[in-house]
Design a binder for this molecule. Structure first.
Ligand code: ATP
Ligand code: MG
Length: 257
């Protein structure tokens, strides 16, 4: 199971949109996917599931309870055959102090339990676990990032984007997480400033930038409003295809992990 987080501490850059569309694209290719919605806003879970977990079945319990409480106990089915979900509840927003007050040994066991599916006695073997991260940086986000195999960082181009990446990569280094690459999101190709910034960005961090660019698109925005992936909404158009391209890159980037 490849555990990949989609993270940027900046809000609204397209993290959840990318997770949902990549999960769907992976599922289309026959991959089994677990989406871990680590954000108390529960956007990804709301999209994927008809019901949300109650307080006893939130992801945060894995980080606060004894490790005998395993992820399989809180796993939910989604509207898609190949995608299952684990979701945080809003209680995760207030869990950081409690989490860090626990012993180091307990925290380690709890984090190990997040990879429970790799154990031979667990029935479902996921190909990918995608973590939709909250726009925050605290001890819980760092802990979650530290158990992943890689992190993709969506970037919305703008004057602060490049400085923002430095902040994110520092955070990833601090928790020992592996930056797979940044992905330019909400790219407006008709805006010359965006085009110029993309060029600068490629020159600066080209080897850590996915070739795929996710366009700023009404199709993407509207599909989410209609509770569809871009592929389900208008899969034959470029914006939807961008997620398939990103997924192919992600599969090849993670092959050796
Ligand atoms: N490529 C895109 N083109 C147009 N709109 C987009 C695109 N990607 C995301 N959006 C819209 O932008 C808004 C924010 O997207 P999203 O929720 O995916 O961001 P996020 O980074 O997960 O936000 P948060 O930090 O609050 O969790 C949503 O309304 C979404 O529909
Ligand atoms: Mg989100």
């Amino acid at each position: 199971m490849k555990m990949i987080a989609c993270y940027n501490n900046k809000g609204g850059v397209g993290k959840s949109t990318i997770v949902l569309n990549v999960a769907h694209s992976l599922a289309k290719q026959g991959k089994r996917v677990l989406v871990m919605d680590c954000d108390g806003q529960q956007n990804a879970a709301r999209f994927l599931c008809d019901t949300l977990p109650d307080a006893d079945h939130g992801l945060e319990r894995l980080l606060l309870a004894s490790p005998t409480f395993t992820p399989t106990a809180i796993q939910m089915k989604s509207r898609y055959d190949m995608i299952d979900v684990i979701a945080a509840t809003p209680a995760i927003n207030d869990a950081a102090a409690k989490y860090s007050a626990q012993s180091e040994r307990l925290r380690k066991e709890q984090l190990e339990s997040l990879r429970e599916w790799e154990k031979p006695w667990v029935a479902v073997d996921y190909d990918f676990c995608l973590l939709d991260m909250p726009p925050a940086l605290n001890c819980i986000t760092e802990a979650l990032l530290s158990v992943t195999d890689g992190v993709i960082v969506p970037i919305e181009l703008g004057s602060f984007a490049i400085q923002g990446v430095t902040r994110v990569t520092e955070a990833l280094n601090r928790c020992g997480a592996n930056l797979l690459g940044c992905i330019v999101s909400k790219f407006d190709r008709k805006n010359s400033a965006d085009v110029e910034l993309l060029k600068q960005f490629r020159a600066q961090i080209g080897n850590k930038l996915f070739d795929t660019v996710i366009p700023q698109s009404k199709i993407i925005k509207n599909s989410i409003s209609y509770r569809m992936t871009a592929d389900e909404y208008m899969g034959w158009l470029e914006p939807a295809k961008a997620f398939d391209n990103l997924t192919s890159e992600l599969i090849s980037e993670t092959e050796g992990l």
